[in-house]
Write a protein that binds this ligand. Sequence first.
Ligand code: SPV
Ligand code: MG
Length: 290
Amino acid sequence: MRSARSLRKQIAERRLLRAMSAHSPLSAILVEEAGFDAIWASGFELSALYGLPDMSLVSMTQHLDMVRAMAGRVSLPIIADIDTGFGNAVNVIHAVREYERAGAAAVVIEDKSFPKVTSLVTGGRQELVRTQEFVGKIEAAVATRRNPDFLIIARTEALIASRGEAEALERAAAYELAGADLVLVHSKQKTPAEIESFARSWQGRVPLVIVPTAYPELSESRIRALGKIGIVIYGNHAVRACVAAMRNVFGRIIEAGGALAVDKDIASVAEVFHLQNMEVAKLSEEAFLR
Ligand code: SPV
Ligand code: MG
């Protein structure tokens, strides 16, 4: 409740908020520690954690458990990536109830058909539902939330599906009219041109959300200059950082035939104890173990 209110307030102040991806409570704790404004509970990252493609294979329950566990360990607002809403408007109603109860501050629902295919893959099957069908899903989400501060973010994949800017703008406008608090517009172009053009053409009142993974040259100062972006999501940087770091350390241990060489380059066991709240557990032992 508290974090949904603070997220909505900061959006209303028209500040650019920065959300970082996370796939576990531990990564969420590190997002908070680094100073981001929100946590992006990414479906892509959780799928990758299971070694699976992001194609509606990881269940809502698995993702929801992750969000609930994160909410228990961080106070930053959690923006939950709920893909297509796991089905039609009835599934959306169930999902919104569950994610709100789990402690999320916002959900992002995308206008692809279920089961979805991850957005950034080359040659992906990118099928969208009809605009009116998705309008019904957004209306269902808005009607379901209990906390009026809980944010419903509509995501259009029209650019990802190569439908062109005109359709992307039309869909975004329809979703705003349906009650979405923000509109996420995704692009997989290698340059920011497509997103910058969309943002310049956007006449809606609600702020936009972008995920500059494919076009990382779009810096926060350039995003601010566009004037219409409310949230920038760093969509998969937690899992990519993990993969690079683990590969490096594992490879060096195999090569050296021991762990001495990497010991100074990785987190100490004491640091991990701290992230686990070991100090508090010890105090509880002292207080209550008889
Ligand atoms: C995710 O992180 O799960 C996203 C962003 O939805 S993307 O993978 O770029 O579609
Ligand atoms: Mg996703």
